[in-house]
Design a binder for this molecule. Sequence first.
Ligand code: GLN
Length: 547
Amino acid sequence: MARFIFITGGVVSSLGKGLASAALGALLQARGYSVRLRKLDPYLNVDPGTMSPFEHGEVFVTDDGAETDLDLGHYERFTGVPARMTDSVSSGRIYSNVLEKERRGDYLGKTIQVVPHVTNEIKEFLTIGEDEVDFMLCEIGGTVGDIEGLPFFEAIRQFSHDKPRGQCIFMHLTLLPYLSASGELKTKPTQHSVKELQSIGIAPDILVCRSEQPIPEKEREKIALFCNVRKESVVAAYDLKSIYEAPLAYHDQGLDQAVLDAFQISPAPKPDLSRWYDVKDRIENPEGEVRVAIVGKYTQLEDAYKSIAEALTHGGMANRVKVRQEWVDAEIFDREDPAPHLEGFDAILVPGGFGERGTEGKIKAAQFARERRIPYLGICLGMQMAVIEAARNVAGLEDAGSEEFDHEAGKKRFTHVVYHLKEWVQGNEKVVRKKTDGKGGTMRLGAYDAVLKEGSKVAQAYGRLDIDERHRHRYEVDIQFREELEKAGLCFSGMSPDGRLPEIVEWPDHPWFIGVQYHPELKSKPFDPHPLFRDFVRAAKDAALLV
Ligand code: GLN
């Protein structure tokens, strides 16, 4: 049965709990243990699928089709363990399960209460798959003291009591603010945060303290004394140049040792950190630099495209170059010629997106990349834009467009080269979507197989012909236009196994121009860069050398 590590946060949000959890997962793996990481989010949305990426960051999709928090992306990138639907839960999901049970009469007429019904539902969630791994790391979103978080804190408190002694530990992340006027690190907010935790019955075993300055021994002792933890369990977390240094940095500060001590695992197995030394070396010692333009709409919040930014970094690591990523607002091209904005970049990436705003600009970016022979990677919407561009400017279908942008009922502005998909096959099952399905859950979500065309660039990249990749979209390139587009020179180099859904297109006579209907960025890892990002950055590197 798994040992449980509960990770909570205090003082302020955005302390990097997800990253600390992911890095700890990687360190436990390095010591030979199997791990699974989970996120429990106190917000009331049933899942992040309908939340704006401006507000909440990227929606991370799992193989089994769940729309989850972006922290699950960190977990996967650091541990390589594919996340599952059951690795992410929100208050909304918990309450909706409880209410469903109540309606069904499962509670036999009892009054439904937060304790025990909601907390039991949370505890049940925690036990899913507990026999499969050595360590289960469960991160609680938000900060201690938030109203919404209380049922989760109460549930983990109960859970640790339900389990045999020594099977659960609590790790708490806090901030040590630095007052430059007095030149001091202040420990009081941490003390208050721990008090808050203690008042709800949780005594942290390990404190991870974010700090901009080195933590003097004296302060460490003070924290240990006032917060009732061992001195060795006060672990410093300093700012890092790259997130991928986190496993080594946390190891140096003794985090994994503190965790094993807390579980009284002795002697501790020796860690093999070679993977992370290699990653660090590749990040710290690039042999060149490439500039990639990301032409998108959600340019305000970096987290909106977290996995793409990371996958590009991984592609750079594979090629030993630094990838300078610059966001270019697609809407500018609605009004202006893209050339002056895109010249000078070694490659162009058009990421996924929803809605019409900025799409004409993305189509222009695809055209620019095709005509100027600049490496192009179109992801999801970026592939659809490349196909529309090919239809309009090469195949002569001047009014080509996507059904997504034809909102006025009865009025058709475009020939729908990209159309609204309403039924498809997943494995052996037919999936049908109805108008009444609402916004959440109407997408083709999760892993789907594709068959690649022999000799194509994608087949070269993957080194095989059968792949599966994760999807998240409602619209699809219409196979009816395949012949016309192929005549124009566009190659449909990846198709769904039944041959109905175009998964990949490429221009064979272009140095590197690929559009994919899925999200390859979700599966890229620093120690195992995704083949498409690896080759895309290689193409960018080749282009940079030509200049
Ligand atoms: N809006 C497009 C669709 O729904 C693309 C989605 C995406 O890029 N993830 O098909």
